[in-house]
Design a protein around this ligand. Structure first.
Ligand code: ADP
Length: 265
């Protein structure tokens, strides 16, 4: 622990003395360290594509000026790098919006079953391109939660996309919806949406850290797939804002299950 120490002189009955105050500033220091790491990470993540862009602009002005095929190739790389920066800025903005709204209760009445089915429908073509089928199973009738539909779409889109990207080797991603009349955590009914893949799974050491900003098990692979490292951090904050619970279960070679439980209205 780290302490801030302040003193103040006192005049007592038996003479002069000194009062010493200890204030535990461990939390404050940790928060400051997290902020510094975050800024360093963001700068690094932005600098990499920027450096590539500047390098290619230089080449296009110089050596590749009259080479049409090189120009085309470089422009596609530049486009990819610019898209990477675009995704990063988009995710940073979402994260900051979600964090600033975390104390405000979302107000819409949202049919979570319809919303999850529509996310699955939207992502099916992308999954098909990766050789993955998305199945939605379990509860089919409407279930309402008090929520922010755009943010909930973001939650299930992130989880299903991750399951396809990292757990797609199993060929099937299942989104299972179940309802419990009395969910202990909410002292009332709850709906549970589990996104299950049959991929390689995760070593348990990674699980508690997956929702940290920019934490990736395999940085190279995540970047190759267009990941920003912010998806699960955003998911965690949105679920918190909805007074829900987010749970990750996974084991090497057994696939993973990412579950979101929300109170039913
Ligand atoms: P990214 O943009 O890198 O996908 P996320 O925050 O969404 O960032 O995920 C963080 C990391 O968690 C990923 O880089 C990946 O290593 C791991 N991960 C996420 N989902 C899965 C999954 N379904 N199976 C295995 N690993 C996963």
């Amino acid at each position: 622990a780290t302490y801030d120490v302040t003193t103040s002189p006192v005049q007592g009955e038996t003479g002069r003395g000194l009062l010493v105050f200890f204030e535990d500033v461990t939390d404050r220091e940790q928060a400051e360290q997290i902020r510094r790491d975050f800024v360093a990470n963001v700068s690094h993540e932005l600098k990499t594509p920027l450096t590539a862009l500047l390098g290619f602009i230089e080449t296009l002005r110089g050596p590749a000026r009259n080479d049409a095929s090189a120009r085309e190739r470089f422009l596609s790389i530049m486009e990819r790098e610019a898209e990477r920066m675009n995704r990063l800025v988009r995710d940073l903005l979402s994260l900051s919006r979600v964090e600033s709204e975390e104390r405000m209760r979302p107000e819409e009445r949202v049919d979570i079953v319809a919303l999850v089915n529509s996310c699955a429908l939207t992502l099916r073509p992308m999954a098909r391109d990766n050789g993955v089928t998305i199945n939605v199973t379990g509860h089919t009738a409407s279930v309402f939660v008090q929520g922010d539909s755009d943010q909930l779409v973001q939650v299930f889109t992130n989880l299903i996309e991750n399951a396809v990207k990292y757990g797609g080797s199993g060929g099937v991603v299942t989104v299972d919806i179940s309802v419990a009349d009395r969910e202990l955590a909410f002292r009332g009914p709850g709906v549970n949406v589990a996104v299950i893949d049959q991929g390689e799974g995760l070593d348990p050491v990674h699980i508690p850290r997956l929702t940290e900003r920019f934490y990736r098990v395999d940085g190279h692979r995540s970047r190759e797939m267009g990941g920003t490292g912010l998806g699960l951090a955003i998911v965690k904050h949105i679920v918190n804002r909805h007074r829900g619970r987010f749970r990750i279960e996974s084991a090497p070679s057994e696939g993973s299950r990412f579950s979101v439980m929300l109170p039913v209205v």
